[in-house]
Design a protein around this ligand. Sequence first.
Ligand code: AMP
Length: 320
Amino acid sequence: MIPKNVSELTKETYENALKSGALKLTETESKKLKDSQSAMQYLVSYAPSLADKPESNESENKEDPFANPEKDLVVLEDLNGDGKYQLLLNKYPVIPEHTLLVTKEFQNQSSALAPSDLLVAYKYLCRIDDEDEDIRNLVFFNSGEQSGSSQNHKHLQSFKIPSKFTTFQDRLCNGKEHFLPTFNQEPLQDDKVSFAHFVLPLPENPDDVDEDLLAMCYISLLQRSLTFFQDWLNENPDLTKSYNVLLTKKWICVIPRSHAKFNDDELSLSINAAGYAGLVLAKDKKTFEKLNETPDLVDKALFECGFPSTAGQKPTEYHY
Ligand code: AMP
């Protein structure tokens, strides 16, 4: 069982780690924007101090930082009382109390999520969300070369969804009952959103959510995402299986990914799962200013880093 006071423990560990210098919060300036086509909300943040930082701690990447984590960053050595997961703090947060749910034993980040991974993430959300206080969290998983991940040791991540921020998945699932996809009922897709995404509402009552249900949701969404890698292989033989999983207490979403970064003359953006909830981090001022001027460019980047939406299309028998 996850301890009831996990939120308090996280806060305490975070404050101590800030004091000891084990972690440093990167200050950001943020702007809430909206896409003109899809009405998707974006929170675009700019972190001036990241402008000079090398890409995704490549130099720190060689060793596994989660094998023997820094003591000051450990919230719980055994998150769930089963010896399988540890709860750590992100050493380089942009959002306070950004946590990592890390497997104790090394497993590859590109391996599929196990039913127990999904359940521990869901149970964790049940502990840390607080409807009365309007506290909602996002758990996410970046898997594969183009997903925006940087560490190979299996980890899910979590942080608070900014207050009064509505993701397009929230809007899509609003008032919808849980279902499992069938040949006649595809996962939810917002037909105004340009990039491929597959979403399922979760049961309202947490007692109705177990390993089997979460595993069936995940597999059915992953299956549809894998179809893209099959379909686009001729066009792009270097394509590797990459995807993001986003999980809240209300819904689960899988996004197939084609690129980790978007670059053109105007913009340079690295995008992971958080981007597909509308939370985007600009590392340079030019990109931040450009996105403020033309919010629809966020959609362009999300589209280019994903695949075209298949909303409204019927799956064929050749698909997974
Ligand atoms: P990802 O980039 O999606 O694979 O997530 C890995 C996370 O681990 C990033 O948010 C990093 O900031 C974080 N990270 C990198 N090195 C460490 C470390 N030594 N201790 C804790 N977190 C780390």
